[in-house]
Design a protein around this ligand. Sequence first.
Ligand code: ATP
Ligand code: MG
Length: 212
Amino acid sequence: MLELKGVHYQPAISDQPVLQGLDLTVSIGKPALVAGPSGSGKTTLIEIISGMAQPQKGHVSWQGSNLNARQRRWLCGVVFQFPERHFLGLTVSQELRLGHRRLGHEDQIKVLRKVGLADISLQKAPEKLSGGEQRRLAVAVQLLRHPKILLLDEPTAGLDWSVRDEVLNLLANLALDQVLVVVTHEPELFKELPISSFELKSGKLLPTTRFK
Ligand SMILES: Nc1ncnc2c1ncn2[C@@H]1O[C@H](COP(=O)(O)OP(=O)(O)OP(=O)(O)O)[C@@H](O)[C@H]1O
Ligand SMILES: [Mg+2]
């Protein structure tokens, strides 16, 4: 179980706090959806959970133990808003093997199958994949790290309707195996998913029942 308690965060060059006493509890099988308008602090929340930023007050714990930033970086996998901008490999296979040089053919196929990409060619260039396929590849890259906590920043941003459904199905499956936190400014898209909804407002999370 991931738990955030009383998290306060004010970026060094900001005169306003972004998170102000934020609490959140997320378990495997019960993913959390965090909605909020632009600038409300959704990406900042992901940065705090994943150890890219350190709160001034409060704590982040896993299975009851407080975690420092390094431990959080180790436990978390992050898929950014436009993951395709961060691809480095010339092929799907190369992308999967970055940081996992010995990853064999079978294991590459296995992780691609997990994200519903079993049928794509390992030799295809990542930028030639569709938007939905690129998101899936980015998730596959993170899954290779076996993260206990998977954090997705705007997973449906910029996708057209046909591929959004594919990504939503993938999220439902991922939530069965790891703690999953999704941040979005379009929460209505997730209304079919069994997901706990929150709104990030004035630096705190409020449960929402609107889309249940
Ligand atoms: N490193 C930083 N330095 C200064 N201000 C920051 C920093 N990081 C975030 N902020 C400020 O914190 C606030 C929240 O930003 P954040 O990117 O978390 O919002 P968001 O909800 O993800 O927005 P969007 O929907 O546009 O992605 C903004 O006002 C932003 O300017
Ligand atoms: Mg953001």
